[in-house]
Design a protein around this ligand. Sequence first.
Ligand SMILES: *Cc1c(COP(=O)(O)O)cnc(C)c1O
Length: 445
Amino acid sequence: MTEKLPQSRHLATEIPGPLSTAAMQRRSEAVSGGLGTAIPVIIKRASDAILEDIDGNRIIDLGSGIGVTTVGNAAPLVVERVQAAVAAFTHTNFTTAPYMGYIEVCEALNRLTPGDFKKKSLLQNSGAEAVENAIKIARHYTKRPAIVVFEHAYHGRTNLTMALTAKNVPYKEGFGPFANEIYRMPMPYSYRWVGDQTTISEDALKMVTTKIEKEIGAHNVAAILIEPIQGEGGFIVPPKGFLPGLSKFATDNKIVFIADEVQSGFARTGDWFAVNNENVVPDMIVTAKGIAGGLPLAAVTARAEIMDSSHIGGLGGTYGGNPIACAAALAAIEIIESEKLVDRARHLEEILTTSLKAIAAKHPEIGEIRGRGAMIAIELVKAGTKDPNPELMGKVIKYCQSKGVLILTAGSYGNVIRFLPPLVITDELLADALDVLTEAFDAVA
Ligand SMILES: *Cc1c(COP(=O)(O)O)cnc(C)c1O
């Protein structure tokens, strides 16, 4: 096996360097213009929290490929298991000829997800595909049509999941018509909530449950689908009590309560799943991103009676639960457990929030610091107001990139900087990245 890259930032050229710039030209000739680029460099190698580009720059990765490489990029155990798995066999299709990796990933999911009832799982390729299957299964089980979703939600880019997603540009614009029987509810986004902060949970719950009862009819609702911490929407954390109240309403009305933990799951928030924080036990939980150390895998895990509702052949797909991705997932789960990455996420929260508070003390453009564990964001506004400040966000991100720090953005108003470092990032490397961020604010704010 090749040696790990040094876990330090290094600028060999400007960013982007000449080789990346030339390659990006080829990219624009060959690749669909519908795809964006966060940082215009071409990656050659990566280890843990360092990306090395073809010009020899070593960039600190605070995005983990959108919350995917939780256990580190090219984590040695993942690489070893993947190499063994790919040499053993590449594919059979699980519904054609089963294999143990698939079964073992399902066993692990059933064990790790909250709820002491009997659970079963289904594996798919992507978060969106898993969300689609969750909705299919909930409708089949309840024999009801309606799906309840929330403002600022993100659930994917397929036709059904675009309809479930809140934000129009860029996700939905011009891509309709969309699926029907989807109802969007107010989200208690505390920073922008106009009502009383002390009763936000009760007030939001009342609004949501009244709307469900009056506008849909609770008996028509198959599922309530929510991200326990909203990801693309800008790391919006529901106020205490909201998720438990929603879950109780779902249970009382025989509605399947689905947690989309695609971004917030797998140790990211300092718990195995974000719902653990308030002891919420969803009927169904959707996972992807951090599940398999970078390989494409996603899952639906739910009460056994829900997962068994479908007739044989009703669920499936060619690649879902590919054996190589399953080997990677088992390795990633082993790493999260043995390296205590759940605790490590809480430790990273402290480092992140300490630095961010220090920056915010100097820069009133940081309206709010929020999130949990290693899923932390800052919302940028015009000083003294709550008006979104996407211009400043752009400048800060660009400055950081030019110094070799990759940071992602988010938010319904395009004004949120989000931090999703690999959980194995060293304290020193994270501190270096946060020094660059501090410098960026001092330079451009
Ligand atoms: C990324 C994401 C999805 C979609 O996952 P893909 O693998 O990109 O299809 C769904 N839900 C949430 C919360 C996500 O963050």
